[in-house]
Design a protein around this ligand. Structure first.
Ligand code: NOJ
Length: 482
């Protein structure tokens, strides 16, 4: 009879496996399989992320002003199925239930954003006290449950009343006033603030392609100026938060840099990744961390380059306590003999992707993103957080109330495995915020694109944990990917 070991190995295979693992055959047959356990550093902050317009609803309540997203989402043709954020997850009323979900997962942090038009309905003082009370309650409830609030000041819901929106330099100053005010009022309990979320998503998408609010298509000079006002707002915001929050408050941002992995892990390709990273993040992260726009960007843009006033770059490059990196997808880079010294090899569109076609599987990008940022700006990046990572999935709620989102679990595990590599190699990654706690209003995709680890029935508002929620709970409990 053929010998089948308890591991299901045939005799010959077992003998080979024993040699490979440096054991004798009997030792190998008796040994327990070694489980793979990728432990994260002690104190690692596991969290979830959301944003105000995507989850709150209650857009006309308690004196909230209109945002450009209210206007944009109500214009026919802008959003899939004509959806809008009027109600979405109704977190404006169900915040306690949502904090309970976070608690149930075992999260240590919750990244949410404050809706500027709830605080200052016209974008500028006076305060709408009821708007602030909502965040007071939310912050208190989080703290009561041992969850640290990580607050984003701006996640795209710009007050409609601000003349010219991001085309106007004044908006940057209005943002700083608003951010300073929020820091003053919440800073006694909130220890981490992020100024802005994903520059290109509200500048390029809003003012270049027009797929996001306010839906404009400006020329290159106009877009570059909008981008400049956005990073100026960030810099002035950092200064305002520091001026109004207690000493020791940590200030950073949440950015989605273009991410690159080397085609091979050899010094020349790794160097090419660094070049590509700086060049292709030229309008945003590079000037924030270098204090100047890259020469190659200025040369490329020529007469369309942004108009920079005296003192702007100093404000823009205000020192940060942490960099938050949003990460979904990256491309590959190889060194070559061209003038720029590299070629970008985009992941082909035929490559396996998630429900959103723009999320083509490239989990190494989380490792290379962290590593490249830390290597390019070693003195400027004391700490990093992954402020977003997650994926859409074609989730189906079964009749017995389950959502088996194995593709999301696979995606998350692959990314966390790569993030573990970064932590293991000593890069200062302090935490990870999964996007998202629950399905929500996915901007121009509306509600049909689901990113949550809780499934939301938008009619009944019932939240149902998906398989990924179970998986994330176990990961947090173990502080490890197992
Ligand atoms: C990044 C954005 O910050 C968030 O608002 C969005 O829902 C996710 N990406 C998924 O597209």
């Amino acid at each position: 009879m053929r010998l089948i070991t308890r591991r299901g190995f045939g005799k010959a295979a077992a003998a080979t496996a024993a040699v490979c693992s440096g054991m004798t055959l009997p030792e190998f047959l008796l040994a327990e399989p070694k489980p793979v356990r990728l432990a994260f550093p002690k104190g690692f902050v596991w969290g979830c992320a959301t944003a105000a317009y995507q989850v709150e609803g209650g857009v006309a309540e308690d004196g909230r002003g209109a945002s450009i997203w209210d206007t944009f989402s109500h214009q026919p043709g802008n959003i899939n199925h004509g959806d809008n954020g009027d109600v979405t997850d109704d977190s404006y009323h169900r915040w306690k239930e949502d904090v309970a979900l976070l608690k149930g997962l075992g999260t240590k942090g919750y990244r949410f954003s404050v809706a500027w038009p709830r605080i200052f309905p016209t974008g500028k003082a006076p305060l709408n006290p009821k708007g602030l009370e909502y965040y007071d309650r939310l912050v208190d409830e989080l703290l009561k449950n041992g969850i640290a609030p990580y607050v984003t000041m701006f996640h795209w819901d710009l007050p409609e009343a601000l003349p010219g929106g991001w085309q106007s330099r004044d908006t940057a100053y209005a943002f700083a006033d608003y951010a300073g005010f929020v820091a003053k009022r919440l800073g006694d309990r909130v220890q981490h603030f992020m100024t802005t979320n994903e520059f290109d998503s509200f500048t390029d998408d809003g003012y270049k392609s027009g797929v996001s609010a306010p839906g404009l298509k400006l020329d290159a000079a106009g877009v570059n100026q909008v981008r400049h006002h956005a990073i100026l707002a960030h810099g002035l915001g950092v200064q305002a938060i520091r001026a109004h929050a207690p000493a020791g408050t940590k200030v950073g941002l949440a950015e989605d840099p273009k991410l690159y992995c080397p085609v091979m892990e050899t010094p020349e390709h790794i160097e090419a990744v660094r070049k590509a990273f700086r060049d292709n993040n030229a309008p945003f992260l590079a000037p924030i961390l270098d204090g100047k726009y890259p020469d190659s960007y200025l040369a490329r843009e020529g007469a369309n380059a942004p108009k920079v006033a005296e003192g702007d770059m100093k404000a823009i490059s205000s020192p940060l306590d942490f960099i938050g990196m949003n990460c979904y997808h990256g491309d590959y880079v190889r060194a070559d003999d061209s003038k720029q010294g590299y070629a970008i090899e985009p992941v082909p569109t035929s490559h396996p992707h998630m429900a959103s076609t723009w999320i083509r599987l490239s989990p190494e990008c989380i490792y290379w993103g962290v590593r490249t940022i830390c290597e390019l700006w070693p003195e400027k990046v004391p700490l990093m957080y992954i402020t977003e990572n997650g994926t859409s999935s074609d989730d189906v709620l079964t009749a017995d109330g389950r959502v088996e989102d194995v593709d999301r679990v696979m995606y998350l595990r692959a990314h966390l495995t790569q993030l573990h590599r970064a932590a293991e190699e000593g890069y200062p990654v302090k935490g990870y915020f999964l996007w998202s706690l629950m399905d929500n209003f996915e901007w121009s995709d509306g509600f049909s694109t689901r990113f949550g680890i809780y499934y939301v029935d938008f009619k009944s508002q019932k939240r149902t944990p998906k398989l990924s929620a179970e998986w994330y709970r176990a990961t947090i409990a173990a502080n490890a990917v197992e």
